[in-house]
Design a protein around this ligand. Sequence first.
Ligand SMILES: [Zn+2]
Ligand SMILES: [Zn+2]
Length: 286
Amino acid sequence: MPNAGSRTRLILLGVGGGPRPRAASSSPAQVIVVDDVAYVVDCGNGVARQLASAGVALPRLRHVFLTHHHSDHNADYGNLLLLAWASGLGTRVDTWGPPPIERITRLFFEMSAYDIAVRIADEGRVAPEPLVHVHEFSQGGVVLEDTVVKVTAALVDHPPVVPAFAFRFDGPDRSIVISGDTVPSDTLIRLAQDADVLVHEALYVPALDRLVARVPNAARLKAHLLACHTAADDCGRVAAAAGVKTLVLSHLVPADDPSVTEGMWLDAATAHFKGEVVVGKDLMEI
Ligand SMILES: [Zn+2]
Ligand SMILES: [Zn+2]
């Protein structure tokens, strides 16, 4: 594996795009672990459970980043904070993302006030809300620089959601970029320049008609998917333009069509990119 011996680990927690719960794959989330400190990017449904399955102890949670506020990326944001606290987290957590992340955080704690009060009184826990420091931003740039990791955000193009971000993590020995949701993006290409790993959302266009045939709003859903996501062959073009070493396809749409094989994803992505291509799977470490 490309991460052998690296201090900067990347674990895919959920690689299926879209909010509909599926048996085959969890919703979008990933964690970068540097020296046992966990930086979670996106909080699709099941993120806390997936961290447990990946062997990342929830009290190690230190930073949470949201790329944008579609529910496949934020549905379990509050739940992750609450369940990490219920699992013993008693230290600071910083959360980062576009508006209205402050309001979402505040309302989540308000919604959860009964359980929190009961556990503080009954189990002697510290109050969770003062542990959580929210950073809301609408522009790209360096958002975090600590002793081991620099995190840079870039605005990407995911209409009608504005702003939507990609994030780059420059760790002690590897650089990892998470595309978020976007059409092929020049700002993402610049952000990902010469990165070791680019995790890019991917759409398998030939299978779209079968996917949308299952829903009542088929025509609108198809138009949405084509107008604000990236086809797998374009993921290869982006990876080549950025000069990354490894392209990881994730946020796969469709996520659970057995007729779309790993080889089909690879054929599409490698048409324009000669580096390593990985088709993401839940709990895969890269
Ligand atoms: Zn999405
Ligand atoms: Zn989205």
